[in-house]
Ligand binder design. Structure first.
Ligand SMILES: Nc1ncnc2c1ncn2[C@@H]1O[C@H](COP(=O)(O)OP(=O)(O)OP(=O)(O)O)[C@@H](O)[C@H]1O
Ligand SMILES: [Mg+2]
Length: 256
């Protein structure tokens, strides 16, 4: 269990092959330090929760992994390959759903996916299969403007699946959903990890929510990693809920 002790930075690694490795990652917007020297790994296979309150730096980290935001310093590696402008082969293994995914509302789900795959020069992909995985087969020809929030979230996950990724990153996929919608998304994530053998990295500010499905947790607060652990290990150490654990970590952090 890697946890901040005596105010030293956390080295959040697991005794497993890393799917994703973040090293000394810093990001500053203007004068504001948003990511303060992040070091962590996401083990290959399984579901790793990236958990922390609003404004902790989860989406910024994910945008840096995606190459949409440049880090101030630090590196991102996927399966030991350094991500930079020339690592296109690795990017092809990566599917990402960003917070609040956007679509052409006047096009149907199928038309949105067709357009995207044409832009990605990825016309071989079986769009019907992906719509089925995300439970939208029956709505494939409905305009996205008529979709509920839950359907849009599932479409967002489907969009990330179009590249047939080995590594899937989901930024707050259960955001703004009702309990039934959240359950559906959690079941879908479990299905993708188990049946499609994907390594999944999923962010949430709702610690209790993701705790139910993840195998590992990386906890971030105010741009710093507070802890990283497998859920089994946390249970062995008597941690009842991730929320309690998080509050305990914050208390320790405030004493530093
Ligand atoms: N482009 C930007 N310019 C300036 N500040 C930014 C920018 N993007 C993010 N921030 C700031 O960085 C901090 C981290 O934001 P980020 O969106 O990464 O947090 P988060 O953990 O994803 O939060 P949430 O749970 O609300 O989605 C916030 O204080 C935010 O205001
Ligand atoms: Mg966010």
């Amino acid at each position: 269990m890697n946890q901040k002790s005596e105010c030293a930075p956390v080295n959040a690694t697991f005794n497993q092959k890393a799917g994703l490795r973040i090293t000394n990652l810093c990001k500053t917007f203007g004068k504001k330090k948003v990511l303060k020297n992040l070091n962590f790994e996401v083990p290959k296979n399984g579901i790793t929760g990236f958990l922390g309150p609003n404004g902790a730096g989860k989406s910024t980290t994910i945008k840096i992994i995606a190459g949409l935001v440049a880090p101030t310093s630090g590196t991102v590696e996927i399966e030991d390959v350094l991500m930079n402008g020339s690592s296109t082969a690795v990017y092809q293994k990566l599917g990402i759903m960003f917070e609040a995914p956007t679509f052409y509302n006047y096009l149907t789900a199928r038309q949105n996916f067709k357009l995207l795959t044409r832009l990605q020069k990825n016309t071989e992909v079986d769009i019907d299969h992906i719509l089925k995985i995300v439970g939208l087969s029956g709505s494939a020809d409905v305009k996205v403007g008529e979709f509920s929030q839950g359907m849009r979230q599932r479409l967002g996950i489907g969009q990330a699946l179009l590249v047939q990724p080995e590594f899937l990153i989901l930024d707050e996929p259960t955001n703004a959903l009702d309990p039934l919608g959240r359950k559906e998304i959690k079941n879908l994530i479990l299905h993708l990890a188990k049946n499609e053998k994907m390594t999944i990295f999923v962010s949430s500010h709702l610690l209790s929510e993701i705790e139910q499905i993840c195998t590992h947790a990386v906890i971030i607060n105010e741009g710093k990693i507070l802890a990283a652990a497998s859920i089994d290990e946390l249970r062995k150490h008597g941690v009842q809920t991730l929320e309690d654990y998080f509050l305990e970590l914050i208390e320790k952090e405030n004493q530093c």
